[in-house]
Write a protein that binds this ligand. Structure first.
Ligand code: 5GP
Ligand code: ZN
Length: 119
């Protein structure tokens, strides 16, 4: 069982923010911003690329509800999904990072040699 499935099962503790039958939101153990929430489906889906559209259709309003609960709808936030090796995904269970609580930076993520071909 993956670490997030263990959190869903209650075998690993987490600081929960919101849950319903299908989704769970909890604080990231290693926050990258004043507010850093992970939002996951309770069902094990390995990554965004393999996520069925029906799951996203239900996950979208859940994410919006979490943002509202934390009043990030008023101040703004960033939603990140890391997919696969180049995306830097470490936990192979779909999760959205909801980040906020401060004006976030927008750092360069990699050397630009490749991107320069396109701009
Ligand atoms: P990824 O790099 O896969 O997009 O993000 C995985 C995230 O999960 C990281 O931000 C990491 O801090 C978080 N994380 C990993 N293990 C745990 C855990 O056991 N509990 C919590 N709350 N967060 C975790
Ligand atoms: Zn899992």
């Amino acid at each position: 069982m993956c670490i997030f499935c263990k959190i869903v099962a209650g075998e690993v503790p987490s600081n929960k923010v919101l849950e319903n039958e299908e989704f769970l939101a909890f604080h990231d153990i290693n926050p990258k911003a004043p507010i850093h929430i992970l939002i996951i489906p309770k069902q094990h889906i390995k990554d965004f690329q393999s996520t069925p559209p029906e799951v996203m259709a239900k996950m979208t309003p859940f994410i919006q509800e979490v943002a509202k609960l934390l009043e990030l709808d008023k101040t703004g936030y960033r939603l990140i999904v890391n997919n696969g090796k180049d995306g830097g995904q470490e936990v192979m269970h779909l999760h959205f990072h909801l980040l906020g609580g401060a004006k976030l930076e927008w750092p360069q993520l990699a050397p630009l040699e490749e991107a320069k071909k396109y701009v």
